[in-house]
Ligand binder design. Sequence first.
Ligand code: PQQ
Length: 263
Amino acid sequence: MPSSNDTALDRKAFERRLRQIGAERYHDKHPFHAMLHGGQCSMRQVRAWVINRYYYQSRIPMKDAAFLSRCEDPDLRRVWRRRIDDHDGGVEDGGGLRRWLRLAEAVGLDPDYVASTSGVLPATRFAVDAYVRFVRDMPLLDAVAASLTELFAPQIHRDRIAGLLEHYGFADDAALSYFRKRLNEAPDDVAFGLAWVLDHADTLERQDAAAAALTFKTDVLWAQLDALHAAYVSPGRIAPGGWDGREGVTGAVDEDRLRGAAE
Ligand SMILES: O=C(O)c1cc(C(=O)O)c2c(n1)C(=O)C(=O)c1cc(C(=O)O)[nH]c1-2
């Protein structure tokens, strides 16, 4: 929402404006997350989330590469390039993407199937691709501001670790290593990104643009969960091309053990 006068907010007030967007719109408020963290998801629903969310993960380093390709400031590039490393990692150990595939294995999915991204819902693709395009095409301020949903991510990662450990038999340290690692990585990213946005959004017009970018990003995240919920919870209408609940499920998984405490 644009401010009511044409004077830029001071840093503290503008930061409050940004945080308010998260308080109202971040996807931790989506009913799918309540189901997931509360142990109400079936293994089919957990797997659908793992498959679709991988698409988001896989595009994050691509959007960061798009960002770097447009960035003329070596100091900004030096800080930003670490984000690609966080997700892609080195040849031996891999990074966040490989850790996500460990989660895929733990829930009884073939990691190659998940990495192929076939079975991703069309609406998930549209939402995530829109984020990559946004970062490629919009001013750098908007692109950095869009990444600031990560301000709100550590709490959702903590809730997820606790909720999955409590409710699902598949959850252990290896399966959840993606989220634990993000708890260390995200705070540095977000401290830098927030300071950069506060420094550069020095007119009301820029503050409005940054707030709109962050709002857009909350839509990207929310739309992914809406797609998942409509396909695999209610009304259960899977778009053509969406995962059918069987493909990529590894043969010898003991469903009861994976579901564990949630049964
Ligand atoms: O689990 C989540 O809810 C969640 C949310 C977000 C986010 O807010 O965009 C990110 C992540 N996780 C995440 O793990 C991650 O690496 C990440 C990078 C970015 C970004 O926009 O650059 N967001 C997020």
